[in-house]
Structure formats: C-alpha cells, structure tokens
Design a protein around this ligand. Structure first.
Ligand SMILES: NC(=O)c1ccc[n+]([C@@H]2O[C@H](COP(=O)([O-])OP(=O)(O)OC[C@H]3O[C@@H](n4cnc5c(N)ncnc54)[C@H](OP(=O)(O)O)[C@@H]3O)[C@@H](O)[C@H]2O)c1
Length: 256
C-alpha cells in the first residue's frame, strides 16, 4: 500500500539499481519521474513501468545541471500535484585511471555527479516538501563512504560527503514533516561494478538487493546498510586504529 499514492522522483533511473527499483515501485502502483541522461533507455523503462501497474514520466537531464533538475521536478509536480519521495541515486564509480592518478578534474567530475548532483536533486524537491510538511529524501550512498578505500579516493569522498550531507539535512528537517533515509549498499552487480577483474566481497545480485531498498524506504529508516556481512565489517573497521586499518584495507584488491 505504501507506493500506491506516492509520486517518486528518481535520479539515475536508466540502468542498474535505478532501473530495477523503478520497475519494482511501478509494480506496486507508484507514479514515477525518471531522470538520467540516456533518453532512449528512460523511454523504454517508462513504457515498462506504465505496462506494469505504475505511471511514469521521464526527463533526459544531467544531475549536475541544477536548473534542468529543478525544471524536471517542477514538471512532475505540476502534473501530479506533489512529490512525495526523492531517491537521489544517480552516480558514477570513477573507477578509472584518471581518478586514481589524482587528476583533479576527474575527481571533481565524480564529486559533481555523486554529491552535488544529489544536492541539486534535494534543492529541486525540498522547498515544496517543507511547505506541505510531508516528504521523504532518500540517498543512495555507499558503504564506501565509511572510511577511505584503496583506489577509490574520488568515489569514497563523494559518498562520505553524501552521507554527511543527508544526515545534516535530516537534523534540519526532522521536526518539519520530512524524513531522510540514507542507504549504504555494499557491492551489487550492476553496470557500475561490471568488468572488474577482482572478486568483490559479498557481491549481491541486483534482484536480491531491491527488497532492501524498498524496505528502507517504506519503513522510513534513517540508515540502511547491506549486505549485513559487509556492513558489519565496515562498521567494525570504523573503530580500527589507523595502523591496523591501513594494513588491512591497503591490501584490498577489489578495484585492481
Ligand atoms: N553497484 C554497486 O555496487 C553500488 C554500491 C553502492 C552504491 N551504489 C550507488 O548506487 C547508485 C546507482 O549505481 P548503479 O550500481 O545502479 O550503477 P549504474 O547502473 O551505472 O547506474 C548509474 C545511474 O546513474 C545515472 N547517472 C550517472 N551520471 C549521471 C548524471 N550526470 N546525470 C544523471 N544521471 C546520471 C546513469 O544514467 P545515465 O548514464 O543515463 O545518465 C544511471 O542511470 C550510484 O549512486 C552508486 O554509487 C552502487
């Protein structure tokens, strides 16, 4: 019943987690605004959502373009009267030689998309949610944001920033009818993680991960981290002294 009357603005909808989540929400009767850059994929997905019990509109927009994101949200709102849930999911891995070699422009691009893109998305929906004293902001952050990971400086920084940003926003809106859910997944099989030669610990199948996202949103959890094995390791690692953390994490090879 949760999704039936909900209008959801979902970024990063054209593939991976966003695509699978969109279909799952559509099957539960949600109305969706699907945002990403690749229009053809969005169009196809919107058709599937429509024929699976939902209603979908799509917006071929780059999340780094604040005005275009705001216009997309306004278009969805003006047609359906409100936006109940924002899912800030658009993101890139930055898993390339440029960010590894500390090319500042390449690092900035990852942070622009993953962190500032999410900020643009919040800005596009929050004023109306506060006015209505109702709404939910959802961040698809990552376990990679708990501590720095090897060969992931840009990505880890963007996700640490995203988690901190949404937690700070929660403190400011918690008494104003708006809830904030921060989702921190481990490794999930999507285009973002495909093509990596090394084994990723506790890698989840995409379809197995979707119930975790739905459960976190439906129950308006403050945080949801999964799979539990990876979440436990990462939580414990937060308390390791630097010498021990460096010794263990420095040897991790999942981004070779
Ligand atoms: N897969 C994992 O293991 C994992 C783990 C933890 C967290 N996450 C997070 O989950 C989110 C989704 O990732 P995924 O694994 O599903 O990867 P994915 O399949 O590559 O999907 C990424 C989505 O983000 C969109 N996107 C990227 N840059 C964008 C931009 N500038 N403007 C608008 N949309 C943009 C992409 O669409 P277009 O290219 O069409 O724009 C695509 O729809 C990301 O934030 C990622 O960091 C993933």
């Amino acid at each position: 019943m949760f999704w039936k009357d909900k209008v959801v603005f979902l970024t990063g909808a054209s593939s991976g987690i966003g695509e699978a989540l969109a279909l799952a929400m559509a099957k539960r009767g949600a109305t969706l605004g699907l945002l990403a850059r690749r229009e053809e994929l969005l169009k196809e997905l919107a058709g599937k959502c429509d024929s699976n019990g939902g209603r979908a509109r799509y917006y071929a927009v780059d999340v780094t373009d604040a005005k275009a994101v705001a216009n997309a949200a306004e278009s969805l709102r003006s047609e359906f009267g409100k936006i109940d849930v924002l899912i800030a999911n658009a993101g890139v891995g930055g898993n390339d030689s440029e960010t590894r070699l500390f090319n500042a422009a390449a690092v900035a691009e990852v942070i622009n998309i993953n962190l500032l893109g999410a900020v643009n998305s919040v800005a596009a929906v929050l004023p109306q949610m506060l006015e209505n004293k109702n709404g939910q902001l959802v961040a698809v952050s990552s376990l990679a944001g708990f501590r720095g990971l090897p060969k992931s400086a840009a990505y880890s920084a963007s996700k640490a920033g995203m988690t901190a940003f949404f937690e700070s926003v929660r403190l400011d809106v918690q008494t104003k009818g708006v809830s904030v859910t921060i989702i921190q997944p481990g490794f999930i099989k999507t285009p973002l993680t495909s093509g990596r030669a090394n084994q990723m610990p506790f890698l989840m199948e995409l379809e197995d991960s979707i119930p975790h996202f739905l459960d976190a949103i439906e129950n308006r959890k403050k945080f949801a981290a999964f799979p539990w094995q990876m979440a436990t390791i990462v939580r414990l690692a937060r308390f390791f002294p630097a010498w021990l953390y460096d010794e263990i994490a420095g040897r991790a090879k999942f981004r070779e």
